[in-house]
Design a protein around this ligand. Sequence first.
Ligand code: NAD
Length: 425
Amino acid sequence: MTTTDQPARPSRAPMSGRAIVQSQFDRAADLINLEAYMRKILMSPFREVQVEVPVRMDDGRIEVFTGYRIQHNGARGPCKGGIRYHPEADHDEVLGLAAIMTWKTALMDIPFGGAKGGVTVNPKKLSKLELERLTRRFTQRIAIVLGPYRDIPAPDVNTNAQVMAWILDEYSSRQGYTPAVVTGKPVALGGSLGREEATGRGVMYVIQEYARDFGIPLKGSRVVIQGFGNVGSHLARLLDSEAGAKVIAVSAVEGGIYNDKGLDIPGLLAHVAQGKPVTEWTGGKSITNDELWTIPCDWLVPAALGGVITKESNARTIDCKVVVEGANEPTTPTADRILEERGIAVIPDFLANAGGVTVSYYEWAQNLQQYRWTHEQVNRELKATITKAYLSVRDLAKQKAVTFRTAAYGIALQRVADAERLRGN
Ligand code: NAD
């Protein structure tokens, strides 16, 4: 596989995902005076699996991909986390993301630990059949560490409900029908109503709470979103239709679109649904991915990939009141400090984007109960869970005079450490 025609991605941050998580961890561990041995337990992964994934391509060749499943911590429940297909998915990235899942499930107070998976592949170069064969082979190779009470995958970058359906089928063909082994499935196969939009919806609920607390009226406020995939597109739709905010710019891998009066989001969604690039939408001015960061706004939401807000690129020039991390790890630690010095608040990833895993928990619970919730019930529970987490972070941040990120880490670390101690560590 060549690297020349891989999808564009923000220039890689100088730090790996793992290093980013480590540096943020240390600050919060100091805040709660965590013992040295517990720091070691909480930073080290519980189990790492690396597999070779040979796949028969449509032209008869066999291509071999590398896949990872890393279970970071399972003290509070079965490990939980997405699987991503990306040319730059590697061990360190997957490990950093697995650790974030541990903190995210702990902060939401849902009974899961943290895991993540990835395959180093450019899925855009695969046919649908090749993608299915890759998914089935990867599932076979990691199935030994999966299970409804062991480790439950979900969608992430470049994986979706169809990929989860293949995982379900492959796992169930050996173990018997096991819908609870994976979440983010199609509703017809036991997926939860409201799961697809859950991450974007959770981001909106957190923004609504923050807006109320910090006096930034959401109605009519200006929003810029990087990424128009699952998270970015649902967030744009919900902020536009339910919160009355003005989404003035969005971007995707090919570039962005900007309209100072506010984009016609339903029109843009219909345009993209036809497979057309956002840059060809006529309801705004086409912009480059770099220009997106220069647009003055109230809320800036990175919702694409990690390491996009850096000291070297945009941390000193971003012009917004609040950065809301829809993506995982979009801000490097140095950039985080620059934003702090500049008085720009950051709502951290594992609070802002926790709606997905929270509704994944409801999906898992529905599968185990063999019972289906209504969409309204899912949304109501999500709002209650994420708002409770938000309030605990806000209160600790105020009490200790620290950032939302450090406070969120402090709460999560404390919960995981308590579970480890109760289990005898
Ligand atoms: P996705 O694959 O559906 O969408 C990604 C979007 O980012 C696409 O619109 C793509 O074109 C765009 N993009 C890629 N490179 C870009 C670039 N250089 N500039 C601008 N846009 C670019 O992925 P997703 O599920 O929406 O996930 C996005 C982020 O949110 C990831 O960091 C993921 O880990 C995180 N996240 C997702 C979920 C979920 O439920 N889907 C939950 C929590 C966190």
